[in-house]
Design a protein. Sequence first.
Lengths: 111, 111
Amino acid sequence: MSRSERKLLHGTLDTLILKTLSHGPRHGYSIARWIEEKAGDAILVEEGSLYPALYRLEKKGLLKSEWGLSELERRAKFYSLTPHGSAALEADTEEWLRFSNAVTAILAPGG
Amino acid sequence: MSRSERKLLHGTLDTLILKTLSHGPRHGYSIARWIEEKAGDAILVEEGSLYPALYRLEKKGLLKSEWGLSELERRAKFYSLTPHGSAALEADTEEWLRFSNAVTAILAPGG
DNA sequence: GTCTCATACCTTGACAGCCTAGGCATCAGT
DNA sequence: ACTGATGCCTAGGCTGTCAAGGTATGAGAC
């Protein structure tokens, strides 16, 4: 992922995390891998962005966490959506669509 | 535009400015109005974001500027794309599409 | 005549979010 | 013994946005 693409991530990482967890609880490391896999190589989730984001979201009451064991039997912190988090995901998704549609329309060859 | 939508602008404002100028030279104030009009109410271009962005882009050699008179006969600084700016617009547009398509696909109901 | 709004430029300071670059620990494979 | 993957975390810096101010002119309302 190039430098400018990283800047684009601004503001969308939180939403992507919420979306990931809408499919069920996951630990942090796994959330990052899931997003990257879904995005091909269009998004790279750095750990220095991921963990602060998880902390931020939990502090805001959008996530809750619990220590457990990963698929490989390692210590891992599992996150899950709170009802508040579900609502935020819905609102953020709508905002993203409004914004990205506007930008895409402008950048289109005819725009 | 809500708070989180403002954060989404991060990194895309420069590209939107380049795109605006790809239709021909414009002064700063007019660039902002053009983007907002095209975007409906999905994007709000604050002057505190606009002018630093123009300075940034000119410093990077993507734009050049020239003082002139606006449609209303007021003193105004007109910006136009340099060849370097045209190339950047093309690259940025492609990056935006890659990124936004990835995000949109993930956030889609089935994602 | 005064007041407000739109046009047009700019700057300062705060803040948020991302990245770089480290650190720690365990386990599998070479 | 070493490397890489898994899994967590943090400190510091950078960048871009916003809020809130400033300047100046002209048009229109009252």
